[in-house]
Design a protein around this ligand. Sequence first.
Ligand code: KG4
Ligand code: ZN
Length: 358
Amino acid sequence: MLVLGIESSCDETAAAVVRDGRELLSSEIFSQIDLHRPFGGVVPELASREHLARIGPIVDAALEQAAVDAHAVDAVAVTQGPGLIGSLMVGVSFAKAFAFGLGIPFIGVNHIEGHVYSVVFENPPIEFPALALIVSGGHTNIFHMPAEGLYKVVSRTRDDAAGEAFDKVAKMLGLGYPGGPAIERVARDGDPTAVKFTLPKISDGRPDFSFSGLKTAVVRYIKEHSIVPAENADEPSQEIRDLAASFQATVVRSLVGTMRKIAFESRPKTLIVAGGVACNLALRHAVETAAQELGVPVYFPSRHLSTDNAAMIAAAGYAHLKRGEASDLSMGGDITLRLQNIDRDEAGLAKGRVRYRL
Ligand code: KG4
Ligand code: ZN
């Protein structure tokens, strides 16, 4: 089965063709980073206009790259949410028109579920139960997956997402946008033990994350030590390198410490780490160490599939279509979409329309 995937939830316009949910025939991504860089973050209005201009050519390029004629496509999978509403609407409308024109099914996919499926291309099949850490610019969650397509949130962020914290701290240190890769780059020559940051304790005892306190601690440290932002993002001072390395180490300690603790309690058969922050090598190494201790494999997406892409959307869509689930043409983009348990009947089919929200 050939699935055309479409992703336009934030600042990447992407299309991909995937065969049988695992075989990547093409993955085209147009990143709008350069468009938004002067503003230090994504400008929603500009993003949706750019998606509109790019989506047609990107879908054509994905089909061409896969050497697939549009008429050979069996179904279309598109990101329904969460994301920026104007951006989502472009992908959803395009996908609907494409599917309607060809008379093929289309399915709305939760973007976060898409990130989970980004690991299927270059790893053995996922064994369940699995534990998935999804860390991106908008989300930081740990999901317990008892079986394919079932998700229970066991940990979430109470405030900022991990990627958002990377972006904000990088901005304060004059390291540019997007912040994650910039911090990782300068942290390589920094001392991660130079600044001792403490992790917050969540008062109700849940294994949740909180990164806004860490961000405030960085602000305080910058003021107290009169650190001036780097004038040249490629050549920051040693104290900025040390601060970046210490910040990164603290985020990694929080993410991996929590995942490790939950994994020792729930004993999953597979660990999954995905989302933009999963590009981070310090994070990867720390999770690999934890996985070895647990004696289970950990699956990451390749770097190309860690940040937003449409291949993961096609793969997640295929899993739904295989179970006979599809969306109808009244579906719109949904910025509040959550990934939670889906109500299923005994045969494993989602009851009623495909829904994710409780
Ligand atoms: O998954 P993604 O492309 O978009 C969202 O769905 O949010 O993730 C983007 C986020 C940004 O916050 C970016 O700074 C972060 O992922 N990121 C990284 C790295 N590469 C990207 N964070 C830490 N280290 C990296 N190497
Ligand atoms: Zn994402």
